[in-house]
Design a protein around this ligand. Structure first.
Ligand SMILES: Cc1cc2nc3c(=O)[nH]c(=O)nc-3n(C[C@H](O)[C@H](O)[C@H](O)COP(=O)(O)OP(=O)(O)OC[C@H]3O[C@@H](n4cnc5c(N)ncnc54)[C@H](O)[C@@H]3O)c2cc1C
Length: 440
């Protein structure tokens, strides 16, 4: 591990909170990998695609993992891939898709490292069938601050495997990872779009589609009220069968938002107008689409997080158990609409019963809702606290990877396994998130 500043800016994706790590240390010397000398706390920083402070370590050292960027092995006969933990999912797709393989689980951006995908046990549009990322991890190496290197698999060092999958980066440094990919016939997706008029309509559609499509996600109009509360667009997809494909689409360069304006461009007016337009936009009921816009629509606009201005934004993602999903989500959406806050990026999806066994993993059976809120200070914090009231009462949980403000009391309520998990935290490791939720 070599010391020194990197060009990476250690901020999280929502640009809140701002923190000052005491040192940045890049992990790239594979021969002599050891944690920096001294007593300050350490945390690994992947690619900063978390929203909030799970990847931040105010006043401590941040170990920059992107230097661990080598592929180690790939077997095109079995789809087993081994790579260092700083490799991005985008790099894996570039290698695997032309050879007929795809990630078994992918989040909504491909700019995530393998280490980050494990530490948050990320989920994708296929959770109802495939579970979370951790379900497809065959092995990884965990480097502890005492120099121990633990090879962890679901059968070997099982307790370390369970603590590290979804372990928020607190159990040590993941150096390399081995995952199982899934076979695909070609890079195309057969996609279907349906409009739903309100939340009950979504739940009915979901029952109809959940066994037929491996990938399902819905956009929800969080500004709609009354009878239209919870209306949206239902999007389902599957990998295209052999022979069903088109000529490759023309490569278009991604656009970049060049700077963060002083105030958020996402506001009450823009959200209402955009949502009305987006809901009514004509779209094909069924069609063939390349995998990139289907899985990663936001990756086409680089640095889109800057649109929220210099104060940044909050993301709120909760999961509500199936039995009370309808009534609780209606209450959450009603509170958001009444507050006049919320954004165009509101996503609804069902989680299935398959879990990875990660001690602190977020996904659990139920319906998950995720959406962004421009940071309007106290007003936004008060709204999010009131959404927590509903989530807690429903027996749900909030996703730490998307959190910068939940109270310690709420965290411990959502994750009663936290005390058992604490036994596996590396004594040198800590994060701004962990100190926050353990403080109050
Ligand atoms: C546009 C967008 C869409 C998204 N969609 C989804 C989604 O659909 N589903 C979902 O689950 N998430 C989603 N996310 C969140 C994202 O997938 C997670 O936050 C992911 O963990 C970020 O990975 P990262 O490599 O950027 O890690 P960071 O954000 O830098 O770090 C995340 C955590 O991983 C730890 N970590 C990173 N590398 C290592 C390592 N080598 N060893 C030990 N610990 C490590 C860090 O300490 C930290 O706790 C989305 C994010 C964005 C920006």
């Amino acid at each position: 591990m070599s010391s020194g500043m990197s060009s990476i800016r250690p901020v999280s994706w929502n640009r809140y909170p701002t923190t000052r790590p005491r040192r940045l240390v890049s992990c790239c010397d594979r021969q002599r990998m050891a944690l920096p000398a001294g007593s300050e706390s350490c945390l690994v920083f992947g690619n900063g695609r978390s929203y909030g402070d799970v990847c931040l370590n105010d006043g401590g050292a941040l170990l920059l993992a992107r230097g661990l960027d080598r592929f180690m092995a790939f077997d095109p006969a079995t789809g087993v891939l081994q790579a260092e933990a700083g490799v991005l999912l985008a790099d894996i797709l570039a290698l695997a898709v032309p050879q007929g393989w795809f990630l078994t689980v992918t989040p909504g951006t491909q700019f995530v490292t393998l280490g980050g995908a494990i530490a948050n046990d990320v989920h994708g549009k296929n959770h109802h069938m495939a579970g979370s990322f951790g379900c497809h991890v065959r092995a990884f190496e965990l480097l502890r601050s005492d120099g121990q290197r633990l090879r962890c698999t679901p059968e070997q060092n099982t307790e370390w495997f369970r603590a590290t999958v979804g372990g928020l980066g607190l159990t040590g440094l993941i150096t390399w990872v081995e995952i199982q990919l899934q076979r695909i016939a070609n890079p195309w997706i057969v996609a279907e779009n349906r409009r739903f008029a309100h939340l009950d309509d979504f739940l009915t559609l979901d029952r109809e589609y959940e066994d037929r499509y491996p990938y399902i996600v819905s956009w929800v109009d969080c500004a709609a009220t009354g009878r239209a509360l919870g209306r949206g667009i239902y999007m389902a997809g599957m990998h295209a069968p052999p022979g069903l494909m088109k000529p490759p689409p023309k490569e278009r360069r991604a656009l970049t938002v060049p700077f963060a304006p002083p105030v958020s461009l996402v506001n009450n007016l823009s959200v209402g107008a955009f949502n009305r337009l987006y809901y009514h936009l004509p779209r094909p009921a069924r069609g063939l689409t390349p995998y990139q816009p289907f899985f990663y629509p936001l990756d086409k606009l680089l640095e889109w997080n800057r649109l929220y201005g210099r104060r940044g934004f909050f993301q709120y993602q909760c999961v509500i158990p199936p039995a009370v999903a309808g009534e609780s989500l209606r209450e959450i959406l009603a509170r958001i609409a009444a507050s006049g806050q919320g954004s165009m990026l509101a996503v609804l999806k069902r989680f299935g019963a398959r879990t990875s066994g990660g001690l602190l993993s977020f996904p659990r059976p139920g319906v998950t809702l995720a959406l962004d809120f421009p940071n309007q200070g106290h007003r936004t914090l008060a709204l999010l606290e009131s959404l927590d009231e509903v989530t807690r009462q429903a027996g749900g949980a909030v996703y730490p990877a998307k959190d910068a403000r939940m109270s310690g009391d709420s965290f411990r309520h959502y994750y009663p396994q936290w005390a058992e998990f604490s036994r596996y935290i590396d004594p040198r490791f800590s994060s701004s998130f962990w100190r926050r939720v353990m403080r109050d």
